[in-house]
Ligand binder design. Structure first.
Ligand SMILES: Cc1cc2nc3c(=O)[nH]c(=O)nc-3n(C[C@H](O)[C@H](O)[C@H](O)COP(=O)(O)O)c2cc1C
Length: 199
C-alpha cells in the first residue's frame, strides 16, 4: 500500500513531529511505502497567487497549473491512503496546510471536473490526525471538535475518499499524561487500515 502523509509543522522538536515519527515507524513496519509531503521542510508555497486565483475563481482551466501543484497531484495519484497530520492552530490546520487544499485541489482536478481534464482519483483511505492543546472532552463541549470534523472530513476530504476518519489527539498541554494513549490510538488506526487494505 502506498501512503502519503501531508504534514505541516515548522519544528522537529515538536510533539507533532514525535507523532509523525511514531506514525512512520508503524506504517513502515507494515511494509507499506510511505511518502511525506513535509510542507515546511519543502518550503511549500501556501498562498494562492493572483494568477492561480484567476484560474480558480473563474474556473478557467485553460490557464496553467503550477509545477509544484502538479507534483503534489502526482503524489495523490500514487497514493492508496492519505494521512493529513498537523497541530490544531486556532481551531483549524496551520495556514500552510490550508494553502495545500487551496492550491492542490485545483479546479478541473479536485472539483469542477470536465471530461477532457485529468481528475483526482477516488482514494481508499483518508485520515486526519491532529494534535490539540485542549483535551478532547473540552473541544467536544465547545463544539470545536465537531466543527473541525465537519470541515476536514465532509468538505476537504469529501467524496474523494472512501473510508474517512479523524483522530484528535487532545490534551497536549500535559504531554506526559497523554503520550501513551495517543500512541495507542495511532497504533489502532494503523491496525484498522491494515484489516481493510487495498491490493
Ligand atoms: C498558534 C497556535 C494556535 C493554537 N490554537 C489552538 C487551538 O485553537 N486549540 C487547541 O486545542 N490548541 C491550540 N494550540 C495548541 C497546539 O494545538 C499544540 O501546541 C499542539 O497540539 C502540540 O504542540 P507541538 O507544537 O509541540 O506539536 C495552538 C498552538 C499554537 C502555536
Amino acid at each position: 500500500m502506498n501512503i502519503l502523509i501531508v504534514y505541516s509543522h515548522p519544528s522537529e522538536k515538536s510533539y507533532t513531529f514525535e507523532i509523525l515519527s511514531h506514525l512512520k515507524n508503524m506504517l513502515v513496519a507494515q511494509r507499506w511505502n510511505v511518502e511525506v509531503s513535509d510542507l515546511y521542510a519543502d518550503n511549500f508555497q501556501g498562498i494562492m497567487t493572483l494568477t492561480e486565483y484567476q484560474r480558480e475563481g473563474n474556473a478557467d482551466t485553460t490557464l496553467p497549473v503550477p509545477a509544484d501543484v502538479i507534483g503534489e497531484q502526482q503524489k495523490i495519484e500514487n497514493a492508496d491512503c492519505i494521512i493529513f497530520l498537523y497541530p490544531v492552530w486556532w481551531s483549524d490546520c496551520p495556514a500552510m496546510m490550508k494553502g495545500w487544499f487551496d492550491r492542490v485541489y485545483s479546479v478541473g482536478y479536485a472539483y469542477g471536473q470536465k471530461p477532457d481534464q485529468p481528475k483526482m482519483k477516488i482514494i481508499k483511505h483518508g485520515i486526519v490526525i491532529c494534535t490539540a492543546g485542549h483535551p478532547n472532552h473540552f473541544l467536544k463541549e465547545i463544539g470545536i471538535a465537531q466543527s473541525m470534523e465537519k470541515v476536514m472530513l465532509e468538505d476537504r476530504l469529501g467524496k474523494r475518499f472512501q473510508y474517512k476518519e479523524m483522530l484528535i489527539l487532545g490534551g497536549t498541554l500535559s504531554i506526559e499524561n497523554v503520550r501513551e494513549n495517543h500512541r495507542e490510538q495511532v497504533n489502532e488506526l494503523v491496525k484498522k487500515i491494515s484489516i481493510n487494505p487495498i491490493f
